[in-house]
Ligand binder design. Structure first.
Ligand code: FAD
Length: 473
């Protein structure tokens, strides 16, 4: 009798613990993916993430076909879909890799209970994280809320290695149930934006491995320094692949060791960023309310402003702060934004503009190909000063200083804000400082083809400090 292998955020064949276990049990395998948007609670994947998912499914389908397996796609309630498939195939049960976001945790544990009650097999595994969130705790047995001690504790544990999957041992069933087509899942909205974002991503398990090996060859040695410069290709851009599980953190760590970079500063820094991802999952798992409400409760009643026009200017990259606008436009263009710039745009929204971190989180959720409930929540509550290991309330990024420091030649701004492209480097991060003549020569008409700052920096900073000071007290 076969086993249903229920794919979710683990869309790969290598280092796939559920697949390995099903094979070890000597079972024929029926790979299944169910698009259960209602089962995602408040956080159904946004448009960019669904586009990435669509491409990942197309690729997984092909990879499975090479091994004579058919990916069976269904739409709707997960439990109902599994029940139907179990009946259609006479399978013994279901194996899957775990998820950690609250809606999935609840749904999966109900499904596991139900399967076992009905005497079907139900086994779950870890293929998304280095360590389970419950495997790491403080000396008092509590979850961590600060990254450094969390990562230190992890450092005392053994390094988990990738799970061997010997595909030659695959057992293929004689027949497969009917499947929906990838297109019929309706993942991709009918919008020209899709075509644009699509061009930036080559999605598949093999692509993820190639991106990693190229990164280890070309960029890891400079990673520690280069990772803060958005005009450079200094980071891996693996986040969306990690989110959908086209590659896993065990594989990444192993590859770093194999490249002899485990002890190098670049290699260590890169692993510690994978550590931030682990930390984000740890926090989300132990504090499942955080996507909706701040970890630090006193921020719950923060007097946020609500101004649709202000929010839209931020979303569309029309704040008048070049580095912020470049970031927001990169997001719209590519479905991805550089980490340094995510922090800068986050600070502007939350501090200068006094708009809730949750508005930022929602916009990112819809626009990022790597939208991830754990990392996005952590990142936004960091910006808002109200989460685990968050930025202190008095840290208000100065967008001009950040721009000059991390985009010193203005290349990043020029790439994404073409109306400023001809400005001299000296004023590219603060066009209002340029003389009329310089602006004229560069074709910049402030307040016309490029906006004036949405709020004056000093005023925004003082207003933010006053508001945050009250909550802090
Ligand atoms: P690299 O620098 O190559 O890092 C390698 C991997 O480490 C990343 O792919 C990612 O999985 C992990 N990582 C790196 N930095 C962080 C971090 N600060 N927190 C958690 N994991 C990290 N990351 C997401 O994956 N999804 C999100 O939805 C998300 N939202 C964010 C929102 C805000 C406001 C901020 C400040 C950060 C957010 N991040 C998010 C974290 C980070 O910006 C991205 O992971 C990173 O930019 C991805 O690019 P990369 O793969 O080139 O990273």
């Amino acid at each position: 009798k076969p086993i249903l292998l229920w794919f979710r955020k683990d869309l790969r064949l290598r280092d796939n613990a559920a697949l390995a276990a099903a094979m070890d049990a000597g079972r024929e395998i029926i790979p299944v993916f169910i698009w259960d948007d209602e089962g995602e609670g408040n956080w159904t994947p946004g448009a960019a993430s669904r586009l990435f998912l669509q491409r990942a499914l197309e690729s997984l389908k092909k990879d499975l076909e090479e091994h004579r397996l058919k990916l069976v796609l269904r739409k709707g309630d997960s439990q109902k879909a599994l029940e139907k498939l179990l009946e259609e195939t006479g399978a013994m049960g279901v194996y899957w890799n775990r998820r950690y976001d609250p809606a999935a945790v609840q749904r999966d544990s109900e499904i596991k209970r139900w399967l076992r009650e009905k005497e079907w097999e139900a086994e779950s595994f870890n293929s998304s994280l280095l360590y389970e969130p419950w495997e790491v705790s403080t000396q008092q047995g509590k979850p961590f809320q600060v990254y450094t001690p969390f990562w230190k504790r992890v450092g005392a544990l053994d390094r988990p290695t990738p799970i061997e999957v010997d595909l030659r041992k695959l057992r293929v069933p004689e027949s497969f149930p009917e499947t929906d087509s990838v297109a019929s899942l309706g993942l991709v909205p009918d919008h020209p934006w899709v075509e644009k974002v699509d061009r930036y991503w080559k999605v598949g398990e093999a692509s993820a491995e190639k991106i990693l090996s190229d990164f280890l060859e070309d960029a890891v040695d400079d990673y520690k320094e280069a990772r803060d410069f958005p005009a450079q290709h200094g980071t891996s851009r693996l986040s969306a692949y990690l989110h959908w599980g086209l590659i896993g953190p065990r594989q990444i760590w192993e590859a770093i060791v194999e490249a002899g970079r485990e002890k190098s500063s670049g290699g260590q820094c890169f692993i510690s960023e994978i550590g931030w991802r682990e930390f984000a999952y740890h926090v989300l798992y132990h504090f499942p309310d955080t996507p909706e409400s701040p970890l630090r409760e006193k921020y719950e009643d923060f007097p946020w402003e609500e101004d649709e026009e202000v929010l839209q200017r931020w979303q569309r990259g029309k704040t008048g702060y070049p580095i912020v606008d470049a970031g927001m436009r990169q997001l719209w263009e590519e479905g991805w934004m550089h980490n340094r710039v995510r922090m800068i745009v986050g600070s502007l929204l939350v501090k200068h503009l006094l708009h809730s971190w949750s508005h930022g989180a929602r916009w990112f959720w819809d626009c990022l190909v790597d939208a991830d409930l754990a990392s996005n929540t952590l990142g936004w509550q960091w910006s808002g000063g109200c989460g685990a290991d968050a930025a202190p309330y008095f840290r208000v990024f100065n967008p001009m200083t950040q721009g000059k420091k991390f985009d010193p030649e203005g290349d990043y701004v020029r790439r994404y804000v073409p109306e400023l492209a001809d400005l001299p480097t000296k004023v590219i991060h603060e066009p209002w400082e340029a003389s009329e003549e310089v602006l004229r020569e560069a074709g910049v008409r402030l307040g016309d083809n490029y906006p004036n700052p949405i709020i004056e920096h000093k005023k925004g900073r003082e207003r933010a400090l006053a508001a945050f000071e009250k909550v802090k007290g």
